[in-house]
Design a protein around this ligand. Structure first.
Ligand code: GLA
Length: 755
């Protein structure tokens, strides 16, 4: 709800108010962004300058309150006395925009171009500022627990204007904050970094042409002592897939200035007379319930206002993907065999990854072409898809439409379609990008991908992009606008096709891509121990429904670490579950375990995919309606480990619950020479008998179950002890390195009666 009263605006969302006023100088001043207040508080919440600050440049001589440099603002100028970082730079021309008018509307104000936008119930405030022959619209939309912001610059004059920097949002919030950013690279996405914001600027930026695996566009600002459950936390993100910029810097007045938008690095845009420039939409949220509370607001927003309407809270299929199992080495027979097995395990969707088109024996050739490799697939994609669909599986396909290998028919015919910079072409993964700013290139992609989707009955597309861009400046932004046009033309008329975005794993995990497809391949790293970091840190800003999470073979292709199959499943449950390994090589005991995993996941699928997500001290929890599921994850085993508790969250204190372990099996081989103490016969740990036994026989791990109130479970359920070097027993757990287990907690409707 947006209130307006004598030049003050109160933007009320769930649990927050953003209070603004147009001050005496026509500048948009931020009075407050935080706990709910009313529009009547505007006067009380002003920071008054007294006799002013030394070294001030004044907008009105003699009036110490007129120093723009010391005001908390939501938009500032440059070259006119505010020496803090400016959200707008016009190639050396000063900016000094002042209030012109405003409007409040129900719903969003649609953008004119192809940039994606949040959708849903909201109210929008537009404040228009002006200077000479320019107008600037600041948009603020309140969606439940989230505020979005964007900027539109209009050239109303007769000469063109050069934009070298234009942000989506700027805000000055009072206080001292810790900034959390998420950084990494290929197979190491989303490392968390915390820095105190001081008077030197902290910048979170990507310049690779994509939102990037190096720096996620989203970041957090929190009270230095905020925890998962308490303290003030602000969250920021951007609905954009290209080069992004976020910065934070504190002034001596104690205001932290935060900027969000397209990266200004090498940015240059000529704004012709009569033209407008729209920025991407920025997202802001605020919580007093710590990092957990902030994540819940962001999750809800993504699930309800970002992902395509058809997929909002719609269950995602359990998929099988052939990539890690086969890479480029497959044919029709192999795929049909895998599909049969995937179906028997319980998978619902079969995805054929890279390598299906002509010339694609490896990653040196073929990108850009769409003719199927008839040697591998003599019945074509149609034949394969038909075969798979008659088994009762859906069929999905991998594409990498934005790229071209120099060794391809497309490149030989249209070398000019590749993105170039006037220098010798530089290859990344042996490929170039196509120039999506060219209409002919966009048409070529739209026609080919659409034709194949329609002809082959495809219900899932994995859209990959495996190299960084070389585009700079205007071209980099135009490329993203072109990409959005292409995605819109293909997927808007086909809302039921499930689009999973991918870019060498998580190189383009962002809110922009999520408006076209509801999930993203989190990382090419499928090692579950690394996924604890990758998925765990993504969960600060993105819901688990957006995570592609697959069980793969161990030792892992990315780390050579060997992890138990149960942990691979247990970590992948907290996302959109898939399997990505050569099923031909599975042992029967592994097959049985996977059958159990998939059946269990399907039973609680909506809880896993859409439940409220909690980061616990020793794992994760999801909660939906009367179901709560916790995963407890161990990295390295400790000798004689202390008692461990499971502190659940979000339960009803008075409610009675039934809890139990999911139950897992242990491989005999993990006991090594101790096995002779477990089995009745004396076996050589290196002998063939034990090797065979390890492949066939499993032992039950200890389980626990019982009843307790929500209050007790939140206080901390003591878990049965873990292996302490004193023997195997089903009254204790036997979690070794990288072990994990799952607990199910359900409301017990026979409250009080022990079953
Ligand atoms: C990228 C993706 C992988 C796979 C390969 C295929 O690396 O992230 O999942 O699709 O490309 O070449």
């Amino acid at each position: 709800m947006i209130e307006y009263n004598e030049r003050a605006f109160a933007l009320h969302g769930d649990g927050f108010t953003c209070l603004l006023r147009i001050n005496e100088y026509g500048l948009p001043e931020l009075l407050h962004f935080g706990d709910p207040v009313t529009v009547e508080d505007a006067e009380a919440l002003r920071f008054l300058p007294g006799l002013g600050w030394g070294g001030s440049v004044l907008l009105k001589e003699g009036d110490p309150a007129s120093c723009a440099d010391t005001m908390p603002l939501v938009w500032s100028g440059c070259g006119r006395g505010d020496y803090r970082e400016s959200p707008l730079e016009l190639d050396g021309v000063p900016t000094d925009f002042r209030y012109k008018n405003h409007a409040i509307t129900d719903g969003i104000v649609p953008m004119e171009g192809t940039l994606p936008q949040a959708k849903g119930d909201c109210q929008t405030l537009r404040i228009t500022l002006t200077q000479k022959n320019l107008e600037l619209d600041l948009y603020f939309s309140v969606f439940g627990g989230v505020l979005t912001r964007r900027t539109v610059l209009r050239n109303t004059g007769t000469a063109s204007v050069t934009i070298t920097k234009i942000m989506s949002a700027m805000i000055d919030i009072h206080g001292q904050y810790r900034m959390t950013t998420f950084n990494g690279g290929w197979i190491r996405e989303m490392g968390r970094h915390d820095d105190m914001v001081g008077e030197s600027r902290i910048v979170n930026e990507s310049v690779t042409g994509a939102s990037s695996n190096r720096h996620d566009p989203g970041f957090l600002l929190s009270d230095p002592d905020a925890t998962e459950e308490s303290g003030r936390v602000y969250g920021f993100n951007l609905i954009y897939s290209g080069n992004h910029y976020g910065s934070a810097q504190r002034s001596i007045q104690g205001f932290t200035r935060i900027l969000q938008g397209i990266s200004p690095s090498n940015f240059r845009w000529e704004l012709a007379p009569g033209a407008t420039f729209e920025t991407p939409e920025a997202v802001m949220a605020y919580s007093t319930e710590g990092f957990g509370g902030l994540s819940h607001k962001m999750h809800r927003f993504v699930n309800e206002c970002i992902v395509p309407e058809h997929w909002q809270y719609r269950a995602r299929p359990v998929l099988f993907n052939d990539w890690e199992g086969c890479m480029f080495d497959f044919d029709h027979k192999k795929l049909v065999g895998l599909a049969k097995q995937a179906k028997a395990l319980g998978c619902e969707l079969f995805v054929l990854d890279d390598g299906w088109f002509k010339g694609r024996k490896n990653d040196f050739a073929g990108l850009g072409d769409y003719a199927v490799d008839r040697k591998k697939l003599p019945h074509g994609l149609e034949g394969l898809s038909k075969k798979i669909r008659t088994m009762g599986l859906e069929f999905g396909l991998w594409f990498e439409p934005e790229s071209v290998n120099p060794d391809s028919d497309l490149y030989r015919k249209h070398p000019d379609w590749a993105l170039t910079d006037g220098f010798d072409p530089l290859l990344g993964r042996h490929q170039l990008l196509l120039d999506l700013t060219l209409p002919a290139v966009r048409d070529y992609i739209v026609e080919n991908v659409s034709r194949i989707i329609d002809r082959c009955g495809i219900t899932y597309v994995k859209w990959d992009m495996n190299r960084h861009s070389i585009a700079l400046g205007r071209k980099a932004h135009d490329y993203i606008l072109g990409l959005y046009e292409v995605l819109g033309r293909i997927f808007h008329p086909r809302p039921r096709v499930l689009l999973e975005n991918c870019s060498s794993g998580g190189n383009r995990f962002d809110l922009g891509m999520l408006t076209f497809g509801p999930q993203v391949w989190c990382s090419d790293n499928t090692d579950p121990i690394d996924r604890l970091t990758i998925q765990g840190n993504r969960s600060y800003l993105y819901p688990q429904s957006t995570f592609g999470a697959h069980v793969s073979a161990a030792p892992h292709a990315q780390t050579l670490r060997t992890t138990p199959l149960c942990t691979r499943g247990n970590v992948s449950f907290f996302g959109c579950l898939g399997y990505e390994l050569d099923l031909d090589h599975l042992l029967k005991i592994e097959r049985n375990e996977i059958i159990d995993q998939i059946a269990f996941y399907k039973k609680y699928r909506k809880t896993f995919q859409f439940g409220s997500f909690y980061r616990l001290k020793n794992g994760w929890q999801v909660s939906r309606k009367e179901y709560h599921i916790a995963g407890v994850f161990r990295t390295l085993t400790q000798p004689a480990p202390p008692y461990e508790t499971l502190r659940l969250r979000g339960l009803k204190r008075e409610q009675h619950y039934y809890y139990c372990t999911r139950g897992q099996r242990l491989r005999i081989g993990q006991f090594g020479s101790l096995v002779k103490h477990v089995l009745p016969v004396d076996l050589n740990p290196n002998g063939a008998v034990l090797r065979t036994a390890d492949r066939r026989i499993t032992l039950p791990d200890g389980t626990q179950q019982g009843h307790a109130t929500g209050a007790a479970l939140q206080a901390g359920l003591p878990l049965i002890p873990n292996f302490r070097g004193t023997g195997y027993d089903t009254n204790q757990r036997t979690l070794t390195d990288y072990g994990s287990e799952i607990y199910i907690i359900e409301e017990d409707w026979d409250s009080g009666k022990i079953r």
